[in-house]
Design a protein around this ligand. Structure first.
Ligand code: CTP
Ligand code: CA
Length: 221
């Protein structure tokens, strides 16, 4: 087995993966979140491990368990996820950002539970820092992979993100198909890379998609 291990394609490589949603606190009992299950990121972590990589998984709140050989760091907010990513970025070879990071967080976190009073109520939100963009600016040797979720002008918007965030490739998730998306075990993806190569895939399980994404990473190593 030791001999086989040494031939694994990601042997000696460190992979950083983000997964799940982030929760942005409003007050001690409430938050702004989203429906991300974390399944895609956890499948990627598992697949990277199988391919011999050392895996660091930075996870927002999920119900999922991960292999004991994966170094898992639990975070809650976008800010915590950014800080954890910055801690490890310099030492990794591959970085895959599959988390559904909140784009906005409450500008003020109330210390006490907000009591209902007025008929209408507004929460002021401030943009979170884009983790992927931040890493793209710091990038040296790393392979940097992002995801994109679009409901219109899918490919153009994904290509914009690929370029703006300085990625090696981007995984475009199609919501158009039945059986694809947050609540499902399946997705339909298109991979767009920085050399303008486009690969479309059939609807498949997130585990199978993780294999396709790892194969793409291995092909550009
Ligand atoms: N992302 C991130 N940090 C954020 C927001 C997004 O790292 N604060 C990452 C996601 O993990 C994903 C990629 O950026 O890999 C694209 O996320 P997406 O929500 O599709 O794009 P945004 O750039 O946030 O733009 P918008 O939501 O307006 O389409
Ligand atoms: Ca977003």
């Amino acid at each position: 087995i030791a001999k086989l291990d040494q031939n694994l394609p990601l042997k000696g490589k460190k992979v950083l993966i983000t997964a799940g949603p982030t929760y942005e606190a409003i007050d001690p009992v409430r938050f702004i979140g989203n429906h991300s299950s974390g399944k895609m990121g956890y499948a990627l972590a598992e697949e990277s491990l199988k391919n011999g990589a050392e895996v660091i998984l930075i996870s927002g709140p999920t119900n999922l368990l991960s292999n004991a050989s994966i170094k898992k760091i639990d975070v809650t907010s976008a800010k915590q996820m950014l800080d954890a990513c910055l801690t490890y970025f310099d030492e990794v070879d591959i970085c895959v950002m599959s988390a559904a990071v909140a784009d906005y967080a409450p500008s003020i976190v109330e210390e006490q539970k907000i009591k209902k009073q007025t008929e209408s109520f507004t929460i002021d939100l401030t943009k979170t820092k884009d983790i992927l963009y931040t890493l793209g600016q710091k990038k040296k040797k790393q392979i940097l992979v992002g995801f994109a979720l679009e409901t219109q002008n899918e490919e153009k918007n994904a290509l914009d993100k690929l370029q703006r965030k300085n990625l090696d490739f981007i995984v475009l998730n199609s919501l158009n198909d039945k059986g694809a998306g947050f609540k499902h075990d399946t997705n339909k993806i298109t991979i767009l890379d920085k050399n303008h190569q486009k690969t479309t895939f059939d609807l498949k399980t997130k585990k199978e998609i993780a294999k396709d994404i790892c194969a793409k990473i291995i092909s550009i190593l």
